[in-house]
Design a protein around this ligand. Structure first.
Ligand code: OXT
Ligand code: ADP
Ligand code: MG
Length: 571
């Protein structure tokens, strides 16, 4: 192990300046994979009281850092080695930027003078050039006296305005550079007010409230920006004072309990089609909302109000008649104040129609959730998990897959904010174990990860990480033997179809290999028992939930996005 680079007590070095700068700014947890040139950095971090969690693959460490940012409003930090490690972490950095999560990817890199002359250094790569288009900002630090500035800029860039990913490039030589302790200390910066309030213009509030007052069928859509903003009480007041039905996007579920009487989750199609004024709160009109137009939005003309911290988001897909630019807390405060002046609840004919549709859809689903079929279908299996989450509202639910994701989203009600963590804006598979680990580490709560068998495979090796740190995570693998289904056949040859996996696989045995607990659950009753046992024990657990291989559909609820060929598939 490297020694602290001190000939005498009054010298410090790059390693320790990085650590001091992070700690000065309250950053105490780092997600990493060690190696040249950052192995000692991780060791020194541990010595200096930081929590350094080592993963088996940088992508998973990166996803952990990204979701840590979402959960805490402070940048999650991922630390990687040069070129291949950096590239492995880059998907997660891009994911953080896409999802507006604050994250810093710190990567060691090869020496500039060799990289720039392309002389073939160990793991040579111009990392900063590659990172730049995938993050909000990218900085390289060449001199120890600039470490404080580099880290301060990275923190401010990641959390201010629209949050996102930031890249920090530390060439190997930086770590060994020496400074006098007092000069080093003076060079560090504690970032003051890194994400200042952004107060909306008063006329934007008046304009929007004017539009809302004129609405006959208003709707509020809450997105994960609203969850990130941690303005939970203001969201509640807005919804309840206005009396307007609201639709939570996937990761906004639970800001208000999904059982709230104004929730329109179970009437999604109806409210999108029939509403006349739609107010978006921290949600973008991207593919997840069919870009605000077309069949999903029906024939009725719409007026959109949009609250977002990013001015350029306005008019991105359709005209925004009521743009409100600011942070959600400040915007909601102003809106509520303005609405207080003789606000009238929306027409009852509208709120009643929404409520009836919700009650109808919930009643239609209810009997399917009670089935005890063997092999299990999605409804039977998720019916028991729905009850478990209801009884344990503090549980963090991590969710990925196609059918496993889409069914879980509509079946499992959430009761508290920021408890549902999933694939996000890109619908990316592989976030599962990194997300589960960070959720356990950052919140101290137990985690239930509900994973398609394909989705789980992307990060499955991290169950060793879960066991190593003895985290209270229960992974349920929905094992239908494939991507979407386990029943596809290759009609042209001997090899298995492209979407099919090994039949009757036992993912539970993987967990046992690392000292965790494994269960093989064939019925909803067995699944319920196994999850409850896992929660009781708080031990790392993996439950192989045997799902009917024919139960799913192609791409879950988004099969319509698959391009169609004019040439028929072989039957
Ligand atoms: O109103 P209507 O009638 O429409 O009804 C709606 C609600 O009103 C109603 N509802 C309810 N009814 C009753 N009670 C309650 N409580 C209730 N709540 C709601 O239910 C319906 C549906 O409601 P929902 O879900 O809100 O609405 P809808 O229409 O679905 O919403 C639209 C969307 C777009 C917002 C929503 O569908 C959504 O958020 N979708 C996200 C989809 C997504 O991101 N999918 C993941 C990607 S799919 C694919 O790309 C996969 N890959 C490729 C791949 C990826 N992604 N990444 C990487 C790195 N590499 C490759 C792969 C490999 S998925 C995949 C693996 C899949 O296999 P697995 O084994 O993992 O999983 P299985 O499929 O299980 O086998
Ligand atoms: P969803 O997928 O849930 O619809 P999106 O990721 O599309 O949500 O949208 C989140 C939006 O929230 C982004 O446009 C982002 O700029 C915005 N946002 C994030 N934090 C804040 C905040 N504190 N105040 C206002 N807007 C925010
Ligand atoms: Mg599957």
């Amino acid at each position: 192990m490297g020694e602290k680079n001190e000939g005498s007590d009054n010298l410090t070095d790059g390693f320790h300046l990085v650590i001091d700068a992070l700690k000065l700014n309250g950053i105490r947890t780092v997600y990493n994979v060690p190696g040249i040139p950052i192995t000692d950095l991780g060791r020194f971090m541990q010595q200096e009281g930081m929590r350094v969690l080592s993963f088996r693959h940088e992508q998973n460490a990166g996803y952990a850092a990204a979701i840590a940012g979402f959960l805490t409003q402070a940048p999650g930090v991922c630390l990687t080695v040069s070129a291949p490690g950096f590239l492995n972490g880059l998907t997660a950095l891009a994911h953080a930027t896409t999802n507006c999560f604050p994250m810093i990817l710190i990567s060691g890199s090869s020496e500039r003078e060799i990289v720039d002359l392309q002389q073939g250094d160990y793991e040579e790569m111009d990392q900063m050039a590659i990172a730049k288009p995938l993050c909000k900002s990218a900085y390289r630090v060449l001199n120890a006296e600039d470490i404080g500035i580099g880290i301060a800029r990275a923190i401010r860039a990641s959390v201010s305005g629209r949050p996102g990913g930031v890249y920090l490039d530390f060439p190997a030589k930086l770590f060994g550079q020496i400074m006098k302790v007092d000069e080093g200390e003076k060079s560090l910066i504690k970032v003051i007010d890194p994400a200042p309030c952004q107060i909306p213009a008063p006329n934007s509030i008046e304009r929007a409230v004017g539009v809302l007052r004129g609405a006959k069928r208003p709707l509020i859509i809450l997105g994960k920006g609203a969850a990130y903003a941690q303005a939970d009480e203001l969201v509640r007041v807005l919804i309840e004072k206005s009396g307007i039905p609201y639709l939570p996007m996937s990761m906004a579920k639970g800001i208000l309990p999904d059982t709230h009487p104004q929730s329109a989750s179970a009437a999604r199609s109806l409210v999108l089609k029939e509403s006349d004024v739609v107010m978006l709160v921290g949600a973008r009109l991207n593919w997840l909302l069919s870009h605000g137009k077309g069949k999903a939005w029906g024939e009725n003309p719409k007026k959109f109000i949009h609250i977002d911290i990013e001015p350029r988001e306005m008019d991105s897909n359709v005209e925004i008649i009521g743009p409100i630019v600011g942070d959600i807390g400040s915007c909601l405060k102003s809106l509520i104040d303005n609405m207080n002046q003789s606000w009238k609840a929306p027409p009852e004919i509208w709120t009643r129609a929404v409520k009836e549709k919700v009650e109808n859809n919930i009643a239609l689903m209810a009997p399917r959730l009670k089935n005890n079929n063997v092999p299990m279908d999605y409804h039977g299996a998720l019916g028991v998990l729905r009850l478990i989450v209801k009884e344990n509202p503090e549980l963090v639910l991590v969710n990925e897959g196609a059918n496993t994701l889409d069914f879980a989203r509509s079946i499992i009600d959430m009761y508290k904010p920021r408890k549902r963590l999933d694939v996000g804006t890109w619908g990316v598979m592989g976030v599962g174990m990194g997300t589960a680990i960070a959720a356990a580490v950052e919140t101290g709560c137990q985690v239930l990860a509900v994973e398609g068998d394909s989705a789980f495979g992307f990060s499955g090796m991290e169950i060793e990480t879960i066991c190593r740190y003895n985290l209270p995570i229960c992974v349920v693998v929905f094992n239908n033997g494939g991507i979407y289904r386990g029943t596809d056949q290759n009609r042209a040859g001997e090899e298995v179809a492209t979407t099919v996996f090994v039949k009757d696989a036992r993912y539970d045995k993987m967990m046992e290999a690392f000292g965790g607990k494994g269960f093989n659950a064939k019925s909803p009753d067995e699944l319920s028992q196994a999850v409850n046992e896992a929660l009781e024990s708080r031990q790392p657990t993996l439950i192989n939930a045997v799902i009917d291989p024919g139960a799913g559909t192609e791409s879950g609820r988004i099969g319509n996005l698959n391009p169609q060929s004019i040439v028929k598939k072989k039957q």
